[in-house]
Design a binder for this molecule. Structure first.
Ligand SMILES: [Zn+2]
Length: 109
């Protein structure tokens, strides 16, 4: 088996750099961009890598565990986190995400 040099995972590398920018030791974590309720624990690719999202910092946003998992490789989180109060999708989402959510999950109660 070839144990030679492995190609660095650029996604991981960029995330680590950005992670330090968002999550500074001893500082309050940023609030999740998707629910604006929970403290963020992850950096999420706003446009998933699988859909051509790039690695730029502009495509990374703080997300809580729940929203990160609920969103996955989709456009927006499917469900609100536990304890979320208010409308879902929230009014602060960009139109692109709200439209996607409604066309995917709305209309079929
Ligand atoms: Zn969240």
């Amino acid at each position: 088996m070839d144990q030679g040099v492995r190609t660095p995972d650029l996604t991981t590398w960029v995330c680590q750099v950005e992670h330090h920018r968002y999550f500074q030791e001893g500082a309050e974590p940023p609030v999740c961009s998707y629910c604006q309720q929970n403290p963020a624990e992850h950096l999420d690719h706003v446009i998933p890598r699988s859909q051509g999202g790039d690695l730029l910092p502009e495509n990374l946003t703080p997300a809580c565990e729940w929203c990160n998992m609920s969103k996955g490789a989709r456009v927006a989180p499917v469900n609100p986190p536990a304890g979320y109060v208010g409308e879902w999708p929230p009014s602060f989402w960009p139109q692109r995400m709200t439209d996607w959510w409604h066309s995917t999950y709305g209309g079929n109660p």
